[in-house]
Write a new protein. Structure first.
Length: 264
């Protein structure tokens, strides 16, 4: 359909930076379009936020600063390079700059927003490399692997990134539960390997946060299967049932240990 709304949505998709289009309004604004960069920024797949209100979807944060940014949109029709915060699906608060323009799309007032993430990128030498770590000792379960194959590459990247973040945070909690026991020492070593990806979690100061947003899909899938493989090894070696149950909850819904092949 040839309409100003569709043309503006196409403009969002073609942007080289994270961008989204929403209906205008402080409380009732709803997503109309978002590009791949924006979905990666907030770690959401499009069906999760499509036609959802920005605040209700959990990506926009209600604050005095947001109210202040809305004022120039109402009076001047735009603002440029304003500091702001957005929330990712894993709860992490991300600092950004936003430039926004009030536009009319098929008779509806809308806001076109462009985002510049301000977080520092993960150093290249911290990225997982082929053969740089222990071999993968885990695989995706057939059901989860089948679901992944039906997704677009972007959606797979977002889902795997969220799982990796939750698995890393869960390993920190399991380490704290284990204390000075042998499983705790092993978990400490695993978590230390992820230290380049550790970030402050301003949404929950008592929680250790992780950010894997700079990794591409192949990199993060490789990291996840190696990490969960090490967790499965701990599960099979540990005699502490509480630790075993905690670790199993982290990995059993989507991975399984690879069969061990012994050659003579």
């Amino acid at each position: 359909m040839f309409s100003t709304r569709n043309l503006t949505a196409d403009l969002v998709q073609q942007a080289d930076v994270p961008a989204c289009l929403s209906t205008a309004g402080p409380n009732g604004s709803q997503y109309l379009a978002a590009n791949a960069g924006y979905l990666r920024l907030v770690e959401r797949v499009w069906p999760e936020i499509q036609h959802k209100e920005l605040l209700a979807a959990g990506t926009a944060l209600s604050s005095v600063q947001r109210d202040r940014r809305l004022w120039p949109l109402e009076t001047n029709g735009y603002y440029d390079a304003e500091r702001a915060e957005v929330r990712s699906a894993t709860g992490r608060i991300v600092d950004v700059e936003i430039s926004s323009q009030r536009v009319w799309c098929s008779g509806v007032a809308c806001d076109l927003e462009y985002f510049l993430p301000l977080s520092a990128p993960i150093p290249l030498d911290a990225r997982p490399g082929p053969g740089a770590t222990a071999p993968k000792r885990a695989a995706f379960t057939p059901r989860f692997g089948g679901s992944l194959r039906t997704m677009s590459l972007l959606d797979r990247r977002i889902v795997i990134g969220r799982i990796m973040s939750l698995a890393a945070e869960g390993a920190v909690l399991a380490r704290n539960l284990a204390g000075a026991a042998k499983p705790g020492m092993a978990l400490t070593e695993l978590v230390q390997r992820l230290s380049p990806f550790q970030v402050p979690n301003r949404a929950s100061p008592t929680t250790v946060g992780f950010d894997f947003s700079d990794l591409e899909y192949d990199e993060i899938e490789d990291l996840l299967l190696r990490f969960t493989g090490d967790i499965w090894s701990l599960i099979m070696a540990s005699e502490d049932r509480d630790i075993v149950d905690t670790l199993r909850c982290l990995v059993s819904k989507y991975t399984m240990p690879r069969p061990v092949i012994v050659t003579w």
